[in-house]
Design a binder for this molecule. Structure first.
Ligand code: AGP
Length: 597
């Protein structure tokens, strides 16, 4: 997902802009550009990482007190200098940066070219600059509004005109947040880019335009009607979006999990579960959990929790499948959308589809003020703090914990029964995670023994089958090693053909439900010279006769084992990727929040 930063005020804009887009690097990008206004619009842009481009082009030395900056994640047009943002109109009076996809750009481009506009790039975004030029009659905001009315698709946009002391921003499907402060006003595609300057944020909604001057903000809709948007104070601080003594954000966030889990449970565990849910969801007769990626794995675990604890029939769907499969929604359905970023396009579209079909909707979200959080009827925030690493870790364990609390909440309200034993065990999880983290050196040693392999199989049973999927995804997305997650019992239906001494097999093999059968699966792998890494319950020494490596984890209730079992799998993936010298926080081809469809 592209990064956008804008600033207008009494300070030099360039250092603020460059520092801001650096804070968005974790989202993944291939090129960078800055436009600063100082009489004329000066633009510098290039393919490459920010530090390298800045070293050559001195981006942060450009002079002017208003400007916009962009990190591009190519969608239309390959990564190149000409396709990097900002883009200008024909006259050089207008510059824009854009995040999103313009679905009708081909017809717009053709129309503009027939009217004499000369395109300088292969991107869809550039047509916005020329549309603004086409409609400009002395007011940038009016020209932007008219331009956007021509567009089908998504945008997060910032635009400047050399003669107007303002920046005009707009959003439809790609987030834009405005930061307000006495000596200047900021805009960004993510609050973390401007957090060091202000915590007072205004979140634009779809089809809204923000006109920002030095210390002033006016928000209107596309019908030119003024909208009164309050400011929200965000709860994060700067330390939370910096690595500190950790080599990578991902490692920092893995080690934050005892704290992030405490924050997810804070104020909610007691004689009963306290969730600020303002509707009678206990009348729901079916839950449909909808998410993507790691959040979908949390949803799969959520189904076990909700059916076992709350006895409510629960389905799970990929957001991308749900939104297109014409889902049959009944009046008593509750659709629960799960998203760390709260901006995933497929999940946002699934939420809107569910609302359109009359379902109650509930969001389990980490980023406060995100689009999904604001559009869901009700929600449970994770309070896990900002998750910067592209590979989701602490958000996942917090999502599972939140789903467990939701299950207990529903049980209490449907049957008047409180599950004290479960809540007490939930409160011990941060400490148990801490003890697993203390095992990091052993996990690092195991990574050192297997990081050269090219294929892995992850196997788990029951509520730990999604943990196998999650462990495999962690490895895939940051080490680029092929890995598959499977239900352990399914191995004999095909995957066992893959087993040989070159295929490490990771078993989630806690004592408890399915343990004996899992040992049989391990025997089958052993008989084919497979290498076995086992996640086992503390005190289980027998398993060493089958496993080449054993990672012991503290005992807990069967239904809470996923929260504990995921930790060593996160660390295993992290150390393998780091040993391969890969960019753990910014894996190739991936973005932290997938706001394009
Ligand atoms: C997880 O490690 C990935 N980065 C990705 O699968 C992610 O979980 C997915 O894109 C969903 O993101 P969300 O939770 O922000 O909606």
């Amino acid at each position: 997902m592209c990064g956008i930063v804008g600033y207008i005020g009494s300070h030099q804009a360039a250092p603020i802009l460059v520092n801001g887009i650096k804070r968005l690097e974790y989202r993944g990008y291939d090129s960078v550009g800055v436009a600063v206004v100082n009489g004329e619009i000066e633009i510098k842009k290039e393919v490459g990482m920010i530090d390298k481009v800045n070293a050559v082009h001195c981006l942060d030395k450009m002079e002017g007190t208003r400007g916009i900056a962009h990190t591009r994640w190519a969608t239309h047009g390959e990564p190149s200098k000409r396709n990097a943002h900002p883009h200008m109109d024909c006259t050089g009076d207008v510059a824009i940066v854009h995040n999103g996809i313009i679905e009708n750009y081909v017809s717009i481009r053709k129309m503009l070219q027939e009217e004499g506009h000369a395109m300088a790039s292969d991107t869809d975004s550039e047509v916005i600059a020329h549309l603004i030029e086409k409609f400009y009659e002395g007011n940038l905001e009016t020209a932007v509004r008219k331009a956007l009315l021509q567009i089908q698709g998504t945008y997060g946009l910032a635009a400047v005109h050399k003669r107007e002391n303002k920046i005009v921003v707009a959003r439809n499907g790609s987030p834009i947040v405005i930061g307000v402060k006495e000596n200047g006003t900021f805009a960004a595609s993510d609050a973390s880019a401007i957090l060091e300057h202000t915590k007072k944020m205004i979140y634009l909604d779809d089809r809204e335009i923000g006109v920002i001057g030095p210390g002033a903000v006016v928000v209107k809709n596309l019908e030119d009607k003024k909208i009164d948007k309050g400011t929200q104070e965000i709860e994060w601080d700067l330390a939370q979006i910096e690595k500190g003594e950790f080599k990578h954000f991902m490692l920092k966030e893995i080690f934050e999990q005892p704290e992030s889990l405490k924050n997810t449970m804070r104020g909610r565990l007691g004689n009963e579960i306290k969730l600020s849910i303002n509707s009678r969801i206990e009348d729901s007769e079916r839950l449909i959990l909808v998410a993507g990626g790691t959040s979908w794995h949390a949803a799969l675990i959520g189904r076990y929790l909700l059916e076992e604890i709350a006895k409510i029939p629960t389905e799970v769907d990929y957001s991308s499948e749900f939104r297109y499969r014409n889902p049959l929604i009944r009046e008593k359905d509750l659709v629960v959308v799960i998203s760390q970023s709260g901006e995933t396009a497929d999940t946002l579209a699934a939420l809107r589809e569910a609302k359109k079909r009359g379902a109650k909707t509930l969001g389990i979200i980490n980023v406060v003020g995100s689009t999904i959080a604001r559009e869901a009827e009700m929600g449970v925030y994770l309070h896990a703090g900002p998750e910067i690493g592209v590979a989701s870790t602490k958000a996942f364990t917090s999502q599972v914990t939140a789903l467990c609390m939701l299950a207990v909440y529903l049980k209490e309200r449907k049957r008047g029964e409180t599950d004290i034993k479960l809540m007490r065990e939930l409160s011990t999880l941060p400490e148990k995670i801490d003890s697993v983290l203390k095992n990091k050196d052993k996990i690092k040693d195991i990574a050192g023994s297997v990081f050269k392999h090219n294929n892995f199989l992850y196997l788990g049973r029951g509520i730990n089958f999604p943990v196998a999927l999650e462990g495999a995804l962690k490895l895939k997305e940051i080490s680029y090693i092929h890995a598959e997650g499977y239900p352990a019992a399914e191995m004999k239906h095909g995957p066992i053909a893959l087993i040989d001494e070159n295929m490490p097999v990771v078993f989630v093999a806690n004592k408890g439900k399915g343990y004996e059968k899992t040992l049989s699966n391990m025997e089958e792998v052993k008989a084919r010279h497979g290498k076995i890494i086992a996640i086992a319950t503390e005190g289980d020494e027998d398993i060493k006769r089958l496993a080449d490596w054993v990672i012991h984890v503290p005992e807990t209730l069967d239904i809470l084992t996923p929260v504990i079992n995921t930790i060593p799998l996160q660390l295993l993936a992290y150390y393998i990727a780091d040993m391969k010298g890969l960019d753990v926080d910014k894996p190739r081809n991936l973005a932290k929040s997938v706001t394009v469809e």
